[in-house]
Design a protein around this ligand. Structure first.
Ligand code: NAP
Length: 245
């Protein structure tokens, strides 16, 4: 028996990295999984490799119409949703002098507004099931500032705060909402968008002395999505190799 048998889950940003590892684990645990992303070729190929209980849908998390489409198609295919993983995100690392208003706005729209839309559009589906679990992916950057990451920091602090108010708003609907705070994880995001200097500093700053693997974060997301965490809501769950200790 899997920990997510008969559950329907939407995972955003699932074509690669933490989202992809989570989709793979959720399939192993028996869920029906809707993988969404803007990287269509990668997302389709991954969903195909996961079998009949997985499907890929194109989805820009900053657009309400995309969310409504994903939810409608998910309900048609698999039934109402009981798990939402708000994972899609971007990072922009720039010095203050290079930073633009457009950078800040883009980070806000994807990392923060996208998480808000996800919760607002999907909770009525969870009400049909009578329960739900929402996991919002923040970061250690939701706890402390980092130079060069002003917009990213703002969005990840916001995700942490929104998680708490949503948990209070949704508690009476039996929907739990928690945030996950990864440290430095080896994914395309950190490989492609983070400077070597920052990576070196992050390794020195991590007591376990290495970057985490996406599969290690996926285990935390699974915990918060299944009944193992049935009494946890509105809380922060850190998976960072000791970086914030
Ligand atoms: P990743 O490897 O870049 O994967 C994220 C996926 O989301 C990518 O496929 C990305 O596509 C997609 N995406 C970007 N904008 C989107 C949009 N508007 N709508 C839908 N999908 C979109 O990132 P990751 O490292 O797995 O990170 C996943 C989450 O964990 C993010 O929220 C990130 O902030 C958080 N996190 C990561 C780390 C880390 O060290 N990796 C640490 C702390 C927190 P593109 O590649 O085309 O942008």
């Amino acid at each position: 028996m899997g920990k997510l048998d008969h559950k329907v889950a939407i995972i955003t940003g699932a074509a690669q990295g933490i989202g992809a590892a989570t989709a793979q684990l959720f399939i192993k645990e028996g869920a029906f999984v809707v993988l969404t992303d803007v990287q269509d070729d990668k997302g389709k190929a991954l969903a195909k490799s996961l079998g009949d209980k997985a499907i890929y849908m194109h989805h820009d998390v900053s657009i309400r119409k995309d969310w409504e489409h994903v939810l409608k198609e998910t309900e048609k295919l698999f039934g109402p949703v009981s798990i939402l993983i708000n994972n899609a995100g971007i990072v922009i690392q720039k010095s203050l002098e290079e930073y633009t208003d457009e950078d800040f706005h883009k980070l806000y729209m994807i990392n923060q507004f996208g998480v808000y839309l996800g919760m607002m559009v999907t909770y009525p589906s969870m009400e049909k099931v009578g329960r739900g679990a929402i996991v919002n992916i923040s970061s250690t950057s939701g706890f402390r500032g980092k130079a060069g990451l002003m917009g990213y920091n703002a969005s990840k602090f916001a995700v942490r705060g929104m998680t708490k108010s949503a948990a209070l708003d949704f508690a009476s609907k039996n929907i739990r909402v928690n945030s996950v705070h990864p440290g430095f994880i080896n994914t395309p995001m950190t490989l492609d968008h983070i400077s070597d200097e920052y990576k070196e500093k992050a390794m020195k700053d991590t007591p376990l002395g290495r970057g985490g693997e996406p599969e290690e974060v996926a285990q935390m997301i699974l915990f918060l999505s299944c009944d193992d965490s049935s009494f946890s809501t509105g809380s922060e769950f850190i998976t960072d190799g000791g970086r914030l200790a």
